[in-house]
Write a protein that binds this ligand. Structure first.
Ligand code: SF4
Length: 490
């Protein structure tokens, strides 16, 4: 086996690449998500190390020094962070020319040639599910026989055929990501704005059957079939988590849509209930009351729900597959059962106008979620939304983040400019969070919940700081070519 490092490389201090970025990002509040996709191959390669630079606060120089002591370094990259990650790869190569450098992730899948072209220092890319292709490289196999990779040979690039997606049974054979975390990560350095601190996340399956046009992961890496681990396998991983992570307050099942298979979700909940864990997960807004009730009884605390917009025309345009009536019913049921919701919204989707943004803000207030997240619509390569904005002349700025790592608005429409879309994010947040009723609820939580108090106060400060940053950014970029219909890129 090659001496291998799986590296989530350092990014900008205030990186906010949006939902398609690598795991680590400082959005409106500070959050570090687990590098789960790197944890699986780490567990497959004997002697491999997993290094997650951003939560460790490691500088690029420090990472380069560590990486240079390895024969194979696998970096997780993304569209917004590619420039920065290529720079890290170049520094590793300069220090250790014999180190093989691989790049993996959604960007390496959607545009493998672009990633290889980003720097001569990048030797190979791993597309889609790269767990076993990285293991095979580490084993020293001939690259021409490894499915799912692309590389340089004799002055040109070669893209091997795709690797078949893993089946549920094959997912059961993977190492437990949480055991890898316990060996290499400090779980107290991970934070999610909607989970109780400290939390630990894992996946019980891969893929999402929905077809939302903007959504990166199923379209690019994990596919539209929800491939699930067996309930027994999931419960076997969860069982020892309390002792692996002493003081952990919550588990987050990070499947794209945990409730896509309702019967299985209920089975898992039935197994989790007696273990006494509190957990949260992602769901679409279309789950029936009985299932919600069963999940709540099994310890479910919170759902992350992608409402995206409150305009049925936009929901149709993006193929959300859940209408507003269903979303309202689902939300009412969650409120009745005491299940909290972190509602996510996107501004700048096809059909957006100032009026539809107003509808979304009013809807978010009506839904009265525990917390919300408002994202700029980002046309990530490999998505139908990316192709649509380019074909229709709505792409205005490239790349997706500015020099400081902050997400930019890169779409503009005849009815609403990129600047107006960008500015609406702050308005959305302010109107939602600065309601007397919401403030009163949070003040009560701060007074009564001593565990959550420090986090809520810290997040309040971070939120205000980020809003201030957004305002300065908005002022600074006035005059940039973001008028409706302007285009950049292909
Ligand atoms: S339901 Fe969620 S995870 Fe699935 S495609 Fe839509 S946005 Fe993506």
């Amino acid at each position: 086996m090659m001496k291998t490092l799986f590296l989530n490389p350092p990014s900008w201090e205030d990186f906010d690449g949006g939902a398609g970025s690598r795991y680590q990002a400082k959005r409106e509040v500070w959050s570090f998500w687990y590098p789960t996709w790197l944890a699986y191959p780490t567990g497959l390669v004997d002697g491999a190390r997993l290094l997650d630079a951003p939560p460790e606060g490691l500088s690029q120089d420090r990472c380069v020094a560590i990486a240079a002591d390895h024969e194979l370094v696998v970096l997780h990259t993304s569209s917004p962070s590619l420039r920065k990650d290529a720079e890290t790869a170049e520094k590793i190569k300069a220090k250790s020319p014999r180190t093989v450098i691989a790049m993996v992730g959604a960007q390496a899948t959607a545009q493998p040639e672009v990633v290889l072209a980003a720097s001569e220092a990048i030797d190979v890319v791993g597309r889609k599910e790269f767990d076993h292709s990285m293991r095979e490289i580490a084993e020293g196999r001939d690259w021409s026989g490894i499915a799912g990779i692309g590389f340089r040979r004799d002055g040109r690039t070669v893209q091997n055929p795709d690797r078949p997606m893993m089946t549920g049974a094959e997912l059961d054979e993977l190492p437990f990501a949480t055991e890898v975390y316990a060996r290499f990560l400090d779980f107290r350095k991970y934070n999610s704005p909607y989970c109780q601190y400290p939390y630990v996340s894992l996946y019980t399956g891969r893929g999402c059957p929905a077809r939302c046009t903007f959504c990166l992961w199923p379209q690019v890496t994990t596919g539209h079939s929800y491939r699930t681990r067996s309930v027994e396998n999931v419960l076997r991983e969860v069982g020892p988590m309390r002792s692996l992570f002493p003081g952990m307050r919550e588990i987050f099942f990070d499947d794209d849509t945990f409730t896509a298979d309702k019967a299985r979700a209920r089975e898992i909940a039935a197994g989790l209930g007696p273990m006494g864990y509190t957990w949260s997960t992602n769901s679409r807004a279309n789950v029936d009351y009985d299932t919600l009730s069963a999940l709540r009884d099994g310890g479910l605390r919170l759902f992350v729900v992608g409402y995206e917009s409150a305009n049925d025309g936009i929901l149709k345009n993006i193929r959300k597959g859940v209408d507003l009536r269903t979303a309202r019913r689902f939300t009412e049921d969650c409120h009745r059962l005491g299940i909290l919701i972190h509602g996510t919204f996107i501004v700048g989707l096809p059909g957006e106008t100032p009026e539809t943004i107003r509808e979304s803000i009013e809807f978010a207030k009506e839904m009265d979620c525990e917390t919300i997240q408002v994202s700029l619509a980002s046309p990530y390569p490999g998505t139908a939304f990316h192709d649509w904005v380019r074909e229709n002349g709505h792409a205005v700025v490239d790349p997706l983040v500015d020099e400081g790592g902050y997400q930019k608005c890169t779409v503009s429409y005849p009815a609403i400019s990129a600047d107006e879309i960008y500015d609406s994010v702050e308005r959305f947040y302010k109107e939602f969070y600065f309601r007397p009723r919401y403030i009163a609820k949070k003040v009560k939580q701060i007074v009564l919940d001593r565990h959550e108090r420090p986090r809520l106060l810290a997040e309040g400060r971070q939120f205000l700081r980020t809003m201030w940053h957004r305002r300065s950014e908005a002022k600074g970029k006035r005059g940039v070519a973001t008028s409706p219909g302007a285009t950049a890129g292909a």
